[in-house]
Design a protein around this ligand. Structure first.
Ligand code: ADP
Ligand code: MG
Ligand code: ZN
Length: 556
């Protein structure tokens, strides 16, 4: 039987998705693989199918017992003998399982990592007596403390390659962040792994962010239009999941809470009621959802700001596994960002908290985007994507844009003049000609000092944010964040590249304050003076050629 026949016979699917086929072929060839696929992409099949085709035992490492049970049940229903080992089994059940394993009657054995390498470990020596043909590590990002769901017990998996040097290992995750990827490969010590990255785009999910005001009322409005549909609402704290579920029930919605603090009895009950469509809405912390395979989740709402894009994307990915149109809604408030910043600082050590803060920053930028959200998400996962998806709130809104090339040139030349050594607020103070003694005394001789005084601080913050998003500026710096130029900055400064900003009410206001330009002759002589000044007094980087437009601005 070849893989396609097995796919049809055991799983009832007519074709492979993404790179499933290539991944499976690698495993069948005995090679190590890391497969990155979005949530709902079909990762399980990548090891389940080889398990069927290879005449031996596949060990599956999975983080949650609840998941194992689901998977084992559905495999058995499909006629694939699978089992899991857990502490709840009595000695009799364990003996029966050992017997079956000895007789090569089990294709997949699911285990938690701590069971495989527990304290008084007898399991590995036993497994080594069997014909182990594949080891699958599901949710492999749990091994990385850079990931969003670190589980210390996953670190024990570093021994796998020593214990089973000749067995192909497949690591699976929906977390594509580069740092985490590298960490997974290093920690697992895979042998010349082939890394498969599927497109992370979930075309059937619409992304939306709205300002969080009266979140309960906003939520009720949203839910009222989706009365018969299933959805997940993510909250930051355990308590708020329970409070919100109560409030929703009081308002007539079929909602239940789910968080790690609830008894396993209640968790199982609520989860199953949701899977069976008896409960439409699950109000949960991020503890809910890993591996939950409910195909008709129509929406995922984040009522609080997620800590990072990885988690957010994985959570939103639980919507629309059936491929039908689904929604991801996020309620954003800057206050939430402040709260999470505080947590990030106190939670980790210094290096760790810096990473967490950077990730939080990326999350906040996502919320503040004025360009395509899907493009940002894809770029975040290092995937190129055109700038207009047509199905996120930004793409769906008609924004009025204006030519902001001049503004962009001012910002970029300020960054250049300051030798790319300062943070956003410092650059803005410089642009606005801050009266702060330190800034004034240090830079007032620079012509660029104060060229942006006609624009308010909040508007500058917005423009610089957009310039960052558009890639004309970037953040750098080891100790503290510094604004730097990019490869694309020069084109803007030379006037070769137009820059458009989105108009907002405050922007219009400042634009009406721009003074009338002086006469041409007067202007030309001033431009000459500015050119001379720049040439004589300033350390002008060779690639910065300030356009006439900027010079006009500097001269007036
Ligand atoms: P992941 O672990 O990547 O989040 P799953 O392995 O749980 O995703 O698969 C998600 C859904 O896609 C499941 O319902 C699964 O049965 C289905 N699926 C997987 N591969 C295929 C395929 N080739 N064709 C159709 N459906 C598939
Ligand atoms: Mg999975
Ligand atoms: Zn878009």
């Amino acid at each position: 039987m070849n893989s396609l026949q097995a796919l049809q016979k055991y799983f009832g699917y007519s074709a492979f998705r993404h790179q499933q086929e290539a991944i499976i072929q690698h495993i069948l060839n005995g090679q190590d693989v890391m497969a990155l696929m979005p949530t709902g992409g079909g990762k399980s099949l990548c090891y389940q199918l080889p398990a069927v085709l290879l005449n031996g035992l596949t060990i599956v490492i999975s983080p949650l017992i609840a998941l194992m049970k689901d998977q084992v049940d559905s495999l058995n229903v499909s006629g694939i003998p699978a089992a899991f080992l857990n502490s709840a089994q009595n000695p009799d059940e364990q003996r029966q399982l050992v017997e079956k394993l000895r007789n090569n009657q089990i294709r997949l054995l699911y285990l938690a990592p701590e069971r495989l390498f527990g304290a008084e470990n007898k399991l590995v020596p036993f497994l080594k007596t069997l014909n182990v043909v594949q080891i699958a590590i599901d949710e492999a990002h749990c091994i990385s403390s850079w990931g969003h769901d670190f589980r210390p017990e996953y670190l024990m998996l570093a021994q796998l390659k020593t214990e089973f040097p000749n067995v192909p290992v497949i690591a699976l995750t929906a977390t594509a962040d580069k740092l985490t990827q590298k960490d997974i490969l290093e920690k697992l010590n895979l042998n010349k792994p082939k890394v498969f990255v599927s497109s992370f785009n979930r075309a059937n999910i619409t992304y939306r962010v709205i300002p969080k005001r009266n979140s309960f009322q906003q939520l009720v409005n949203f839910l009222n239009e989706r009365k018969d549909e299933s959805g997940i609402i993510y909250c930051l704290s355990r308590k708020s999941t329970e409070d919100l579920a109560d409030d929703l029930k009081a308002a007539g919605f079929a909602a239940e809470a789910y968080n790690a603090g609830l008894s396993s009895e209640i968790k199982v009950r609520n989860q199953e009621a949701f899977l069976r469509d008896e409960v439409k809405i699950i109000v949960a912390t991020i503890a809910f959802g890993m591996g939950i395979n409910k195909s008709n989740v129509r929406y995922v709402v984040h009522i609080d700001l997620p800590k990072n894009i990885e988690g957010y994307y994985q959570e939103t990915g639980r919507a629309g596994r059936d491929g039908l149109a689904s929604e991801a809604l996020l309620l954003y408030s800057p206050g939430d960002a402040g709260k999470l910043q505080h947590f990030a600082r106190i939670e980790g050590n210094e290096a760790q908290s810096r990473i967490m803060l950077n990730k939080l920053n990326d999350m906040v930028r996502y919320c503040q985007l004025q360009s395509c959200r899907r493009q940002y998400l894809m770029n975040y996962f290092d995937e190129a994507f055109p700038p207009n998806c047509g199905s996120c709130d930004v793409c769906l809104t008609e924004f009025k844009r204006f030519d902001g090339t001049l503004i962009a040139q001012k910002a970029l030349s300020a960054v250049a003049r300051l030798n790319e050594r300062f943070g956003i607020n410092y650059v803005i103070d410089f642009l606005r000609g801050s009266k702060s003694e330190k800034i004034r005394d240090e830079h007032k001789q620079l012509k660029t000092y104060g060229i942006g005084a006609d624009i308010s601080k909040p508007d500058w913050q917005r423009y610089i944010r957009e310039l960052l998003t558009m890639g004309y500026l970037q953040m750098g710096g080891d100790e503290y964040p510094i604004v730097k130029l990019t490869d694309q900055s020069a084109a803007v400064l030379k006037g070769l590249q137009k820059v458009e900003f989105i108009e907002s009410e405050t922007v219009e206001e400042t634009h009406t304050h721009v003074q009338a330009p002086p006469h041409e002759a007067e202007l030309l002589s001033r431009i000459k003076r500015v050119r001379n000044d720049i040439a004589q007094h300033e350390n002008v980087p060779a690639y910065i050629i300030v356009s006439d437009a900027t010079l006009v601005e500097m001269a007036t």
